[in-house]
Design a protein around this ligand. Sequence first.
Ligand code: ADP
Ligand code: MG
Length: 677
Amino acid sequence: MTISSPISRLKGVGPTLEKSLNSMGIKNIADLLNHFPRKWETYQSINRIQDIKPGLVSFEAKVENIAMRRSNRHKRLTITEAILSDDTGTVRAVWFNQPYLSQTLLKGKIYRFRGNYEYKNGYVSLAAPSFEKPGTNVNKEDIITIYPETKKITSTIIRKLISQCLDYTNQLEDILPEEISQTHKLIPIDKAIKFLHQPKDFKELELAKRRISFEEMFELILTGLVIKQNIKTSPSVEIKYDPKFAKKFVGLLDFELTSAQKKAAHTILEDVDSDKPMNRMLEGDVGSGKTLVALMAAAMAYNSGYQSVIMVPTEILARQHFIGAEKLLSKLGIKVGLLISALKKSEREELKDKIRSGELDCIIGTHALISKDIEYQKLGLVVVDEQHRFGVNQRSTLKGKAKYMPHVLTMTATPIPRSLALVVYGDLDVSIIDELPPGRKPIQTKLVKEIDRVHVYSLIDSLIAKRQQVYIVCPLISESDKLGVKSVEAEYKTLQKTVFKHRKIGMVHGKLKAEEKSRIMDDFKSGKLDMLLATSVIEVGVDVPNATIMIIEGAERFGLAALHQLRGRVGRGEMQSHCYLFSDSENPATIKRLKALENTNDGFRLAQIDLELRGPGEIYGTMQSGILDLRVADIYDHKLISEVKQAAETFINKHNLLEYAQLAEKINRLKSITTLD
Ligand code: ADP
Ligand code: MG
């Protein structure tokens, strides 16, 4: 037998079990060895029954009573029940299909029991505990492996199968270069896999975890570095830093740049003044002034004779950015264009000509900006705003268009903690704006229930009377059979007919035509509407400083990051803003999540909380399509991350990856996942 033998070769694996294992992706011995435990548990050693908490427990107790019976429903099933007691209380233990127990466990005698104390079918009981004579030398440190389970495949089954495979771990290939293992004192992979599945003690487990985490992190970080290296080898164009022009730009503003903005701008302008392409991510909370920093770079590109492009996710945003950018940039003689799909064919052709001839200096739009038919005269800078990650394919599209690699600046308001950014965005340099412009009043957020609605509505009405404006966000566009979930269309009808019939209400959602959407947005912006009902289409970037209240219906249906983004639509002016989160959820985890918004306005803090509550997989899962497949490594292990980062940097500077065939292959595979196109 070898590690590539099918699992059907193992004892106890018949066709049914084989099928279930296959459906979990376990086909051969190697797959099984790579099926890692989800957690490792030890028994809580309990002295008294009254202290028992759910989970794995171990304690001494007397058998008060023990009896076996047959199940009423399943005739073949036997149930053995015992009542165990000590001075402090009693507890019930249950075994299935072990009828002999009523003979082996003796009434009136004391034993040491170990098992899972759990709630099941309406009872709390000790499930099938093991037992031994008291005083036997029990090893409290025994580590129990818990695997990802399905209904059919329990940890017990996996453990039994794995025991049969551990002799084959020496056939596993060690991907980590020898040199790395030595320098960083990592145990070999065969030992690590053995220890991971059957650790004798915590020391072994730690050694195994360290070895495997190291490899997981090393591969991810190395992949980022390889991509980064590849990008840097393509030539770019130098956007010369002109301090006089920078001063002129800043002089146009009626405010001072924050010091975080200055620092970010400085780094970016330094980056682009080089024939190596910039590949930088600018992270900053909503309203922290990222766009302004990007516009400064665009202006500098113009000053150096290059065009720039600002790519945003929606047409609403493109229009809005266009208005803001043109107002500012035209004062410097910069010609700004807007490319959106709503253009007539002739308009689009005209715009294309102006882009090709270089008549336009800065072009704002959606993804259409990099579509095949758009040619640039001299593209120097690409700014990608929100949501989209710029992948290798898009970059090579650009390179094809420009004959060199333009500088790329990605902006995001979804803050990612630095340690995570290092792993997920290893191919990017990161700048962070961690400061809001002065004078902003923090938004006051409140989690409210249905019974508070009357109160909230009357407050809104009094503020509308003072000419302030309101957003109401609903999770759905139209009514569905999902009971109690509010939809934009239904709310629109109801509010118009009832509480707010004396107010002007508009609605926007994804099903409306682009022109209609922007007409309604314009009406809201100009104050023709008091209230705007919307789905989360208004999530990013929409800027109406006079809007001071946001209501979010069914708040539990949104993620923390989305709620924070939505909330960022208010609090953009001088007035105090409020956000009301409606939720009647009773789920403690949900309430905790929503309460976090009450307590902080700091997007980075919220991102951290979100990560802690849901884990990186759930948040970045879809975005990363599997790259954050860290099965053992802990994304918060800063110490390990910086150790691995250093190892990866040293390695790539010293060696040619191609000399390490298996590692190279793995990196190539990861590369195609990391670059999400
Ligand atoms: P972001 O893109 O980070 O969400 P923006 O660049 O759109 O933020 O800025 C939000 C608002 O704040 C804009 O109206 C902008 O003009 C203004 N702003 C930007 N920087 C400053 C600053 N340093 N002081 C005051 N207001 C600023
Ligand atoms: Mg923005």
